[in-house]
Design a binder for this molecule. Sequence first.
Ligand SMILES: Nc1ncnc2c1ncn2[C@@H]1O[C@H](COP(=O)(O)OP(=O)(O)OP(=O)(O)O)[C@@H](O)[C@H]1O
Ligand SMILES: [Mg+2]
Length: 476
Amino acid sequence: MSKALPPILLIDDEKNMRLSLQSMLADEDYAVEAVESAEEGMDQLAKRSYFMVITDAHLDGMSGYEFLGKASKLHPNVPALMITAYATPKLAVEAIKAGAVDYLPKPFAPEELLHAVSRCAERHTLIRQNHSLRQQVSEGYSLDQIIGKCPSMDELRELIQTVAPTDATVLILGESGTGKELIAGALHALSQRANETYVRINCAAIPETLLESELFGHEKGAFTGALKQKAGRVEEADGGTIFLDEIGDMSRPLQAKLLRFLEDGSFTRVGGNEELRVHVRLIAATNRDIVDAIQQNEFREDLFHRLNVVQFRPAPLRDRSDDVLLLANYFLNTFAAQLKKSDLTLSDEATDKLRSHFWPGNVRELRNAIERAVILSQGEIGAKQLPDFELETRLHGKEEDQSAKAPSAPIAIDQSLDELVSGYEKNIITSSLERNRYSINKTADQLKVTRHALRYRMQRLNINNESGESDSGGDK
Ligand SMILES: Nc1ncnc2c1ncn2[C@@H]1O[C@H](COP(=O)(O)OP(=O)(O)OP(=O)(O)O)[C@@H](O)[C@H]1O
Ligand SMILES: [Mg+2]
């Protein structure tokens, strides 16, 4: 059991005591790192995780009591055991007050020490199990949840498997609903930190003024309302992973602080002076066009480079149309099982409707569409049970218009300029058709071409008029 634990930090200025404690603990398979002074002890605590500290009360320089006072504030999750030669009830109380969980007067029998240590080990294991159970219940991320059989999804899963076990910082860029959160979760679940805490913060959901204190904590009185000291979420994530979602929405001053944090894991709480340090793996995601945000001076370029050690770019659903039906059936089965409906299938019309949609809201939009259809249907799901996609398309219309001005389609090396332009043209016409309910007249108007020219282009680009309506269809 003890092999899976982080080491014990032992602080004693007497060499013989260090050696004898070390051998006692090593006999029970505990890993021990020993130092001579409280100052060195503080340094070590800042550098890595320990499951407990054993310190002598009387040390040269900073005393054991002072050490406990500081350590229990900075590392409240690491229990400490104090050993002293001058045992009095008063000193025992002082040790406990300073933050020791236990107190051992010298001389003591090896069993007494081992008993105290095993209690701390048990506590540590329980905390860990609790974390990991909580995660399994609430998050339960895994690679199997990432559905998709097109090559870009295979590559994505492969990259997750390669990068997860490393401590590399990861940046996930992709449109809303493309699965960024799933990727971040899978990266943690497959990492060596899987049993440690996974903290997710949505930077866009927390008011700017509170985000810094949420991330890095604050000291008592740091601002109105800071009634007591609060540890930051980065401290909670110590040893584990922190996922900063919607990082493109973080304010520039906080970006500077995050940059420093990324250098070496060091930070100060809001209103505090003390430099703290944790060992956290950082994953960040945004659906903003990050290059645009840098050009607008809203995102620091140096932070982008720091975060961008490994980059994931889940493709929009419209670029992996082969996955639409696979995902649709996956969600169909999931929701049908949840709602205890058997024998649900997609009709041909529904299949066609799903295939021809542009999916501006990506997989999330598809998932919601199927959930709704499963609720509404018995037996076969018809086109009527699917939403009116025009609304979704219009909702995302603004974003599309912007991207129409500045195309950001990835440039595939093996495509010619003509092929790229055709692909782009096809996207514009398809989305405009959807927005106009396949009315040729309205679409032609919107795109400022004649009906004839639009028909010609549709033929050339192999675009079907999905509604099957005549030229004036939809213009009723
Ligand atoms: N490849 C996939 N396989 C299965 N489910 C997926 C896949 N991609 C996304 N989903 C599902 O779609 C929904 C949206 O995914 P997710 O929350 O990860 O998107 P996101 O990229 O973080 O979006 P946003 O930018 O809006 O936060 C979730 O319910 C997720 O489970
Ligand atoms: Mg998300």
